[in-house]
Design a protein around this ligand. Structure first.
Ligand code: SF4
Ligand code: SF4
Length: 115
């Protein structure tokens, strides 16, 4: 387990696994290392395209238009946890994945919250 900011812990969808309690207690290796997450189309899609995350994707001018990224689970997650993955991905595109990892580590946040 890594207790320092680590861009390798930024998930394909923009979540910061380093701030997740499952990662911290050692029961999950984080999105990138979790090859059991074969159900996740976002993870598969970014891997196939060689992206660290959807922040690298130029297929859509608005990430809301990607049906893989905005699947039913993502919508449910966003509602329950007030998460804003689009804002997280936008932040990665803006400041870079390393600075994003540092920011999320410092704020102990898995994802930027909806305002
Ligand atoms: S939704 Fe997919 S990309 Fe996001 S953390 Fe989970 S497995 Fe990784
Ligand atoms: S935004 Fe959609 S198409 Fe682009 S990498 Fe992410 S899941 Fe794939």
């Amino acid at each position: 387990m890594n207790t320092s900011p680590d861009s390798g812990l930024v998930a394909a969808c923009g979540l910061y696994c380093g701030a997740c309690h499952k990662y911290k207690k050692g029961s999950c290796a984080g999105c990138r290392e979790n090859d059991k997450a074969t159900w996740c189309k976002i993870r598969i899609c970014t891997k196939e395209r060689g992206f660290a995350s959807c922040a690298d994707c130029r297929e859509f001018t608005d990430l809301d238009d990607c049906k893989k990224l905005n699947n039913i689970f993502a919508k449910f997650f966003a509602l329950v946890f007030r998460s804003d993955r689009k804002a997280s991905l936008g932040r990665i595109a803006e400041i870079g994945i390393e600075a994003y990892a540092e920011e999320m580590h410092g704020e102990k946040l898995m994802v930027i919250k909806r305002k």
